[in-house]
Write a protein that binds this ligand. Structure first.
Ligand SMILES: [Zn+2]
Length: 182
C-alpha cells in the first residue's frame, strides 16, 4: 500500500513539473507575441503591408482566444492604439470587430462593411470614441429591418450597440451602427 502511494506521489510530482514547464513556455510565447505585435504597430502605420500584418496578428489573437494569446492580448490591450482600416482604435476593439465582421459576412454574404469612424471625428463629449473603444460602421446595402440583425450580431460579439440606422443622436452624420466596449 505504502509503495503504491509513493508511486502515485512521484507521478503527480512529474505531472506538476510538466505543467510548470508548459506554463513557462506559454509566457515565453506571450512575451514573443507581444514584442512582435509592438514592433509591427510601431512601424509606419500608413504602410499597407504593416496594416495587413496588424490585421493578421489580430486574426491570430481571435483564433487562439482561449489559449496562450488571450493573456498576451490582456497585457497590451489597454494602451495599445493601432491604426486599423485607416482609423485609430484600441487593438482589442479591432480584434473584436474582425470577429463581428465574419459574423456579418456569414449572415449577409457579399455586403460591403466599411468603418466610418474610430478615434477621429466629432462625437458626444465623453464618447468612447475618444478612448479608442468605439467604432462607427456601415453595411452596404442595408435595410432598416436588416440593421436590427446587425445590432443583434454586434451584441453577440460582445459590443454595446447604438443602432443609428433607426435611432437619432445629436452628432449623427448619417445612418450607421455605433459599437463600443465598456
Ligand atoms: Zn459612434
Amino acid at each position: 500500500m505504502r509503495e503504491i502511494s509513493n508511486k502515485i506521489e512521484n507521478k503527480i510530482n512529474i505531472i506538476n513539473q510538466k505543467f510548470e514547464n508548459i506554463n513557462n513556455k506559454m509566457s515565453e510565447i506571450d512575451t514573443k507575441f507581444e514584442s512582435i505585435f509592438n514592433k509591427v504597430v510601431n512601424q509606419n502605420q500608413n504602410n499597407t503591408k504593416t496594416q495587413n500584418d496588424i490585421e493578421s496578428l489580430l486574426r491570430m489573437l481571435n483564433t487562439n482566444n482561449n489559449s496562450v494569446f488571450s493573456s498576451s492580448l490582456n497585457n497590451f490591450r489597454n494602451d495599445s492604439i493601432i491604426e486599423f482600416r485607416g482609423f485609430k482604435m484600441r487593438a482589442d476593439v479591432a480584434a473584436k470587430f474582425i470577429k463581428l465582421e465574419e459574423m456579418i459576412k456569414q449572415e449577409f454574404p457579399g455586403r460591403q462593411i466599411i468603418i466610418t469612424s474610430g478615434m477621429d471625428g466629432q462625437h458626444m463629449p465623453g464618447s468612447k470614441h475618444y478612448e479608442g473603444k468605439a467604432i462607427d460602421f456601415v453595411v452596404e446595402p442595408l435595410t432598416i429591418e436588416e440593421s436590427k440583425k446587425i445590432e443583434e450580431l454586434a451584441k453577440k460579439a460582445g459590443f454595446d450597440v447604438y443602432n443609428e440606422y433607426i435611432y437619432d443622436s445629436p452628432y449623427k452624420t448619417g445612418p450607421h451602427m455605433h459599437i463600443q466596449i465598456p
